[in-house]
Design a protein around this ligand. Structure first.
Ligand SMILES: [Zn+2]
Length: 131
């Protein structure tokens, strides 16, 4: 079982199977939400994702793609926990820094590399999309 929680521990989640996809988003809004250089993401089918606790939801509509991203986070401690996008609304995009064991994570793609921070060097064997 893959498990995770927010910083204060009041919100927990789990999913049983390896994620459908794992990757890194370098969009500016992920940088702002994470307060860091990028988001590390695991795509998990909604039907396999069990959430305990109630995150706050921010509807992020000022995005580079123009599509609204639902950003779910813990209001008390600030941890970004997962996102949902309309184009793949059967999936949960987990912010993998919240997971108890991140050993499974290897990025299989990089997206929004146009806004990648300059110091971040990518492995050229991993597919990269500019946007
Ligand atoms: Zn992003």
């Amino acid at each position: 079982m893959h498990t995770g929680s927010c910083l204060c521990g009041e919100i927990t989640f789990e999913f049983p199977n390896p994620p459908a996809r794992t990757g890194v988003c370098h969009c500016k809004n992920c940088q702002r939400q994470a307060g860091s250089a990028f988001s590390t993401i695991a795509a998990v089918p909604k039907a396999e994702f069990t959430l305990r606790g109630t995150p706050k939801r921010y509807l992020d509509s000022n995005t580079a793609s123009g599509n609204t991203v639902e950003r779910h986070f813990r209001g008390k401690c600030g941890s970004p926990i997962f996102s949902v996008v309309a184009a793949a609304n059967d999936m949960i995009f987990v912010k993998t820094g919240t997971m108890d064991d991140t050993g499974f994570f290897t990025p299989a793609f990089h997206v929004w590399c146009d806004s990648k921070q300059a110091w971040v060097e990518l492995d050229d064997s991993v597919p990269q999309r500019a946007n």
